[in-house]
Design a protein around this ligand. Structure first.
Ligand code: PLP
Length: 354
């Protein structure tokens, strides 16, 4: 049922991509007079070498390491300047501006809608179920039409923190002739498995992950999209030639060697999340702490603005999500270090005494 050529934008199908100097000649031996770089060097040669040269446009070394860790072939991996770049490329690949549509399931990550607006693509919103925040699969399916090209699902979902049922995602993958995007930015904190192993079974599945969360490298801007090699080829045609800078490629590659440390971060964050959740539930002004599979908690109360302002006055910054659909009264609190979480709880004790 899924036909990539059918859902690709005509201009992208016909696109002859830019061929960069480093695409045409990869060997760094020899005299490089092909890319109009500065052969003298750079002012930061004493800190880091080779930044006078353009980086590898295909991020080959980094992809090999990601491939080993994730068990996904290199041809099925795209690396973006954050997963936000992959989200934007999805719109540019599949959605004709002013004509096509996408489905999102609020409350969810805000960039899907912003990216849609930037690309002049309309958004069909089908809210998650109240309180349990699961997918309304029947409503989603009845919204399908030939101009709906993408469905964005976030799992674990931001800002609610829960996972959506894998069976529901699979049902949508089977029924939809466009692309189902599953954003797994927070998957490393979850008690259930990624859908990566399902990639060979669903030609219309795109999975997004990132090094910004569990891997602790938000500043490097490394996001990943996993999909069939045909879809990844499309992404590569559209991306700017050198979208991942040399320093990020190098440092991310080094960081991926240190999986034990990252696993210990994850363990500690999950343990802190459960402790924080239990402590927050003790405050009478907190009506609900939603269960979380991520590194944050959604917390419901009567007067979120008042608590938000109080916390700001104590230099503790959380996110006010009370205007998001189904999140009335809710703040989203990221799990911090043990000390930060303790300070949050102590501050909340003082709020109570006010
Ligand atoms: C669900 C979700 N997806 C993607 C992102 C963006 O990730 P990146 O830093 O890789 O652009 C975020 C950031 O908060 C997020 O919450």
């Amino acid at each position: 049922m899924f036909d990539l050529n059918k859902i690709l934008r005509e201009n992208i199908r016909k696109l002859i991509p830019y061929s960069s100097a480093r695409d045409e000649y990869k060997d760094s031996q020899g005299i490089l007079l092909d890319a109009n770089e500065n052969s003298m060097g750079s002012p930061i040669d004493d800190i880091t070498e080779n930044v006078n040269r353009y980086p590898d446009p295909q991020q080959t070394e980094l992809k090999k390491k990601i491939s080993t860790i994730k068990g996904v072939p290199v041809e099925s991996i795209f690396i973006g300047n954050g997963s936000d770049e992959a989200i934007d490329i999805l719109f540019r690949a599949f959605c004709d501006p002013g004509k096509d549509k996408v489905i999102v399931c609020p409350p969810t990550y805000g960039m899907y809608e912003v990216s849609a607006a930037i690309n002049d693509v309309s958004v069909i919103k089908i809210n998650l179920t109240t309180e349990t925040f699961q997918l309304e699969t029947e409503k989603i399916i009845s919204a399908f039409d030939p101009n709906v090209k993408l469905i964005f699902l976030c799992c674990p979902n931001n800002p609610t923190g829960n996972g959506v049922k894998a069976a529901d995602i699979k049902l949508l993958l089977e029924k939809f002739s466009g692309i189902v995007v599953v954003d797994e930015a927070y998957i490393n904190f979850a008690s259930y498995k990624s859908l990566l192993a399902e990639l060979p079974n669903y030609p219309n599945l795109v999975i997004l992950q990132t090094l910004s969360k569990a891997w602790g490298m938000a500043g490097l801007r490394i996001g990943m999209a996993f999909a069939s090699s045909q879809i990844i080829n499309v992404f590569n045609k559209i991306k700017p030639p050198y979208n991942i800078n040399a320093i990020s490629q190098q440092l991310a590659g080094e960081a991926l060697e240190n999986i034990e440390l990252v696993n210990s971060f994850i363990k500690e964050i999950v343990s802190e999340r459960e402790k924080l959740s239990a402590s927050l539930k003790n405050f009478p002004f907190i009506k609900k702490v939603y269960p979380s599979e991520a590194n944050f908690l959604l917390v419901k109360m009567d007067n979120p603005k008042r608590l938000y302002d109080f916390l700001i006055s104590k230099q503790i910054i959380v996110r006010d999500r009370s205007k998001a659909p189904l999140c009335e009264g809710c703040l989203r609190i990221t799990v911090g270090t043990k000390e930060e979480n303790l300070r949050l709880i102590q501050t909340l004790n003082n709020y109570e005494k006010q």
